[in-house]
Design a protein around this ligand. Structure first.
Ligand SMILES: [Zn+2]
Length: 289
């Protein structure tokens, strides 16, 4: 894995935004012999025998489809499906993700996020009327008041506070056994990324920070976050944990982080999976970034 590439990125598709509202051009893409439809079970991906995303010919599509974009000229679509299990934590798919290429994870992640958004936004937020899909799946339009609604992306800051050569890691009760990760939280209206980082570290761990630095970002399709990874310098290492958010936290040394990233069974903690940006953040930090 190239550490400069974060999880759920690198789809490499031409999203061809200009086609989305062009019914004639879209019909041509649907009729294209190379057009393919992503195979999903509920919203989970299906992998073929080579471990790649499974695709079907587009002519089997009954119902609405999302135009994902062009992959070297081939039009890619994903079904828009009514979900039976909305809002569930998707641990089951993590095993599949660990086997998927970055490109496949990125393509599937976009399809998953847009599907969740459609399922959660069936009604106009202004007048309450049931809305219709438009823009080839990249929006909904209200037939009553004409309002247009677009898939939302929720910014989340995720950060390592650093103090004296160690970084702060925390554990939420629902994590797999042994797992520790970077602290994280949603950016609130009226905040910058830097302010959100400082507030979250103060709220969750009682840590005051300065010098917040942006490191990298990636989508997180559960359901539609944009993870914004940062480093920050802690004023002190005295922790005051919010037990509603964190079950435990500790300051990890570079050696402890390296052992966890290497999968050492004797490591002090289990690192987040490579497709999570916390892994990228720990990798960059341990490499001196
Ligand atoms: Zn409306």
């Amino acid at each position: 894995l190239n550490v400069s590439i974060t999880g759920f990125t690198g789809a490499g598709l031409d999203r061809a935004d200009h086609v989305r509202l062009d019914a004639e051009r879209l019909a041509e893409l649907v009729a294209n012999k190379e057009a393919r439809l992503l195979r999903l079970v509920e919203l989970d991906p299906v992998l073929d025998e080579d471990g790649r995303l499974a695709w079907d010919p587009l002519d089997g599509v009954g119902g609405d489809a999302l135009f994902l974009g062009l992959d070297e000229g081939a039009p890619l679509f994903a079904p828009l499906v009514r979900m039976q299990t909305l809002g569930q934590r998707a641990w089951s798919v993590f095993r599949l993700l660990s086997m998927m290429s970055g490109k496949d994870a990125a393509i599937w992640g976009a399809a998953r996020s847009v599907n969740e958004w459609h399922n959660r936004h069936g009604y106009c937020g202004i007048c309450g009327t049931a809305t219709n899909i438009f823009r080839a799946g990249w929006g909904r339009k209200c037939p009553n008041c004409g309002a247009e609604h677009f898939p939302r992306v929720d910014p989340v800051v995720i950060m390592l506070a650093e103090h004296d050569g160690r970084v702060l890691l925390g554990r939420q009760p629902q994590y797999p056994q042994g797992r520790y990760s970077a602290l994280a939280g949603f950016v609130e209206p009226g905040e910058s990324i830097e302010e959100a980082v400082a507030r979250e570290l103060m709220e969750e761990a009682g840590i005051a920070v300065r010098d917040v630095r942006y490191v990298a970002s990636q989508p997180w399709p559960f359901p539609g976050s944009l993870m914004i990874a940062c480093l920050a310098s802690a004023e002190s290492d005295a922790l005051r944990l919010d037990s509603d958010e964190l079950e435990d936290a500790f300051w990890a040394s570079r050696g402890e982080v390296e052992a966890a990233l290497a999968g050492d069974p004797a490591a002090r903690f289990q690192a987040p999976p490579p497709f999570a940006i916390a892994n990228t953040l720990l990798t960059r930090w341990s490499a001196g970034g």
